[in-house]
Design a protein around this ligand. Structure first.
Ligand code: UD2
Ligand code: MN
Length: 363
């Protein structure tokens, strides 16, 4: 047993004068401690800066930030409209459901064969829209379509909708049975940001016309990526959002939402569930009509006020999914950035971003 030392008799009062600190200077020990404290803060801020804006190697560490856990009561209820029961517990190292009870689809949590069969039985037609305007056409479109033929909804009936200002320049890609390609002409906007944002308006018009008659579900994608593995009916849902591979481990307060209170895309501190990537979103034709109408309206509202949201159409998409929660969320495995390197939790990337060659492509 430890016994507490008795204070030496007669000395205690003399020592106490320092503690009352009436007129004494700050002790040297405390000064040094303060200096160390502030150094640590600066170091932490410096590291945070590196972490956010540089050093891809350094970003490996962010995989250590826990994503949260799906409560077991929710897990047992999670179902998929095509695969039936899901196995969210098969991926304990990642978050497999949202707070509102939608599944987050990770490799291993679903049975791809069941999904295929079920979609086949329902005799679905699935649309895939993609824009290839300016130099993006020559640079990306062919590979995007060729790899889609290998991996996107294999065995299903598919219609590709390519939007471009030069329909005649779209190369003929050999298509499988029950797969069609439609090319639609669009005006070329001057700035790349305007090309990107104009997609919402164009999609809304298409979703109110031809697509209603031709497709049950639709995916809308960026062209600067290619398929690298199966992207099947397990990804289909009433409304589907894609977790952004750069941000899925970040705390919510760091996510790059639009913060300008005057923008239609504004998100207050504390708002926002996840940061979604505009390079992949999908859903039923009706749901996507609502989504594109919301985003096109927000973009027009901002433009009328001389504003442009931080990440353009993506900021408005994030606002939409905050207000109207997606029925299904795709893990970053469905749209992965190779710049982030390999991570054990990313088992099988299904789409890979192309390297950004902005100087070549953007004016
Ligand atoms: C890492 C990064 O910076 N991501 C943002 C950036 O994505 P990206 O850098 O991926 O944007 P992007 O250049 O891919 O443009 C989006 C898409 O619009 C189409 N397109 C665009 C320009 C053009 O001249 N021709 C053309 O066809 C094409 O389908 C392209 O994939 O910008 C997007 C739109 O604002 C989103 O905000 C992204 O989060
Ligand atoms: Mn892109």
């Amino acid at each position: 047993m430890l016994s507490s030392p008795k204070p030496a008799q007669g000395h205690a009062p003399a020592q106490e004068t320092g503690n009352t600190g009436y007129h004494a200077e700050e002790p040297a020990g405390r000064k040094a401690w303060k200096r160390i404290f502030w150094r640590q803060i600066l170091l932490a801020l410096g590291l945070l800066g590196l972490f956010l804006y540089g050093l891809p190697k350094f970003r490996h560490l962010e995989a250590l930030i826990p994503m949260g856990v799906c409560p077991s009561a929710t897990m047992s209820l999670l179902r998929d409209n095509f695969t039936g029961a899901l196995r969210p517990w098969a991926r304990p190292e990642v978050l497999t459901c949202t707070p509102w009870g939608a599944p987050i689809i990770w490799d291993g949590t679903f049975d791809p064969d069941v999904a295929k069969q079920e979609a086949r039985q329902q005799n679905l037609t699935i649309g895939l829209t993609v824009f290839a305007v300016g130099r993006y056409l020559e640079k990306y479109l062919e590979r995007f379509l060729e790899t889609a033929e290998q991996h996107f909804m294999a065995g299903q009936s598919v219609v590709y909708y390519v939007f471009t200002e030069r329909p005649e320049a779209v190369s003929r890609v050999a298509l499988g049975p029950e797969r069609r390609l439609r090319v639609e002409r669009v005006e070329r906007e001057r700035r790349w940001q305007d090309v990107s944002m104009a997609r919402m308006r164009t999609l809304h018009a298409a979703l109110s016309g031809r697509l209603v008659r031709e497709a049950h579900f639709v995916f809308c994608m960026d062209v600067d990526q290619h398929f690298s593995s199966t992207f099947g009916p397990e990804a289909l849902g009433e409304s589907v959002a894609q977790l952004h591979s750069w941000h899925y481990h970040w705390p919510r307060w760091l996510l790059p939402f639009e913060r300008n209170a005057h923008s239609a895309a504004k998100m207050a501190r504390g708002e926002g569930d996840f940061y979604y990537h505009a390079a992949v979103f999908g859903g039923s034709v009706a749901a996507l009509r609502g989504l594109t109408a919301h985003c096109a309206r927000g973009l027009a509202w901002d433009r009328a006020r001389g504003l442009e949201a931080r990440w353009h159409d993506e900021s408005h998409l994030n606002k939409f999914f905050w207000l109207h929660k997606p029925a299904k969320v795709l893990s970053p495995e469905f749209c992965w950035s190779p710049d982030l390197g390999r991570r054990t939790e990313i088992r099988r990337p299904r789409l890979l971003w192309a390297p950004k060659e902005y100087r070549l492509l953007r004016d």
